[in-house]
Write a protein that binds this ligand. Structure first.
Ligand code: AMP
Ligand code: MG
Length: 408
């Protein structure tokens, strides 16, 4: 079957992704203490000022020896010195003697092996060795892990625990990172009320705000919430002007108020003010808008549709990649996984993002809920998005599809 051509008045997913990405420039660089760097994105390579290990040292609690002196084990030697970790004035090892040594303590000059205490009688003045060590046994060599001048972390790395560990080990007190993009998350809709308020008929609890703020933080940004803005253009613009003075916000992210109905406050307020409203060839999440609003200091604005699943999916498709690119992360589209076999319903001539759960044993993915964009309960149980390309005409069970993991 021939693929259905994309209708001309629709913008492709990739085109809209590029429009959104262009609203953010690379974030400025700031130095943060290493203890506050978790989850931040490195802005420059970290170079080792010291080697790791920085000196030859013992891998065991035991005795530093010349292997040749113990070759005829069982053997007994006098203990000439005691070397705890941290000793900085280690005397050299003379032939025919041993030094008691602890894990991490510097290997004395002249020693070439460590015999673990378990292979000795543990003597303090004299020590008896039960077995002969190989030369080099239980010695950690200077530079065997990292050499001075090595790049231990490259710019664009997201700092997790091991990366913070290595930066600290090579002596970094602070690290240069990209400032978090500051995103103002705004919810509109006169039907929305806050948790704790009893619902009157026709009202719903506001959920896109907290959801999108969490998504922003998860993508490395910092989010501020502005909720319960009524569907009134003047009040809407006024509230925004108050919050967006002097470049305090890098991106305004709205949800709702952009579809084809009446009372679409986001569309009404931003039409003719720099935001272009388009239909993107995807499902869910067709109605989208993006641009810069001069009255708000030229700040980038992305308007997501209001249905919760559409909001979340379009965040993943457009906003997360833009935030990651502004942070300098090299893989802006975020975690995706190997293609998996799928079984879904009939495809659609737009790019579809279905919700799925993974079966690790069989390497397959199963669709969850349905394609409709109000199914937030199913989204919350999903582990991934299943990407169904525009040109797919049928997807029999076993078809390989791209999946995007939803675990951040
Ligand atoms: P709209 O795009 O404003 O027409 O909204 C589409 C659907 O999404 C409607 O059912 C709205 O009630 C719902 N919706 C819009 N904004 C939110 C929000 N912040 N939280 C929860 N649901 C929303
Ligand atoms: Mg609305």
């Amino acid at each position: 079957m021939a693929s259905t051509p994309r209708s001309v008045d629709r913008r492709s997913v990739d085109e809209h992704r590029a429009v959104v990405a262009a609203l953010l420039t690379p974030m400025p660089v700031e130095d943060v203490p290493i203890g506050q760097a978790r989850g931040r994105v490195l802005a420059a390579d970290v170079i080792a000022n010291v080697a790791l290990p920085s000196f030859d040292n013992s891998a065991m609690d035991g005795y530093a020896v010349r292997a040749a002196d113990v070759a005829g084990a069982p053997v007994e030697l006098p203990v000439a010195a005691d070397i705890p970790a941290g000793r900085t004035d280690v005397p050299p090892l003379h032939p025919g003697t041993a030094h008691r040594i602890m894990t991490g303590a510097p290997l004395p000059a002249g020693a070439d092996a460590v015999v673990p205490v378990e292979d000795t009688d543990g003597g303090l003045d004299r020590v008896r060795f039960a077995a002969a060590p190989d030369p080099g046994a239980h010695v950690r060599r200077a530079g065997e892990d990292v050499r001075t001048g090595d790049v231990v972390l490259t710019a664009g790395t997201v700092l997790g625990a091991p990366q913070i560990g290595v930066a600290a080990a090579v002596g970094s007190a602070t690290v240069p990172v990209r400032r978090r993009p500051r995103v103002l998350v705004l919810s509109t809709g006169s039907e929305l009320v806050a948790a704790g308020t009893p619902l009157r008929p026709g009202q719903i609890y506001e959920s896109n705000g907290p959801m999108l703020a969490a998504a922003v933080e998860d993508a490395g940004g910092s989010a501020e919430l502005l909720r319960f803005v009524p569907d009134d253009v003047e009040e809407f613009l006024g509230r925004l002007r108050d919050r967006m003075t002097d470049g305090a916000v890098d991106l305004l992210l709205t949800s709702g108020g952009v579809s084809a109905g009446a009372y679409e406050v986001v569309k009404d307020a931003f039409t003719g003010r720099g935001v272009e409203f388009v239909k993107v060839s995807m499902q869910p999440g067709g109605p989208q808008g993006a641009g810069r609003v001069a009255e708000l200091g030229g700040t980038g604005v992305v308007t997501l549709p209001g249905n919760p699943v559409s909001s979340h999916v379009s965040f993943e498709v457009f906003v997360r990649p833009a935030l990651r690119a502004a942070l300098g992360i090299r893989t802006p589209t975020g975690p995706s996984s190997r293609p998996r076999s799928v079984s879904t319903g009939r495809p659609h001539p737009r790019r579809q993002f279905r919700r799925g759960v993974l079966d690790a044993v069989t390497g397959t993915v199963r669709e969850l809920g349905g394609p409709a964009s109000h199914l937030l309960g199913a989204l919350a149980r999903a582990e991934c998005l299943i990407v169904v390309p525009e040109d797919a005409t049928e997807l029999p069970a076993g078809t390989r599809v791209e999946t995007w993991l939803l675990d951040g």
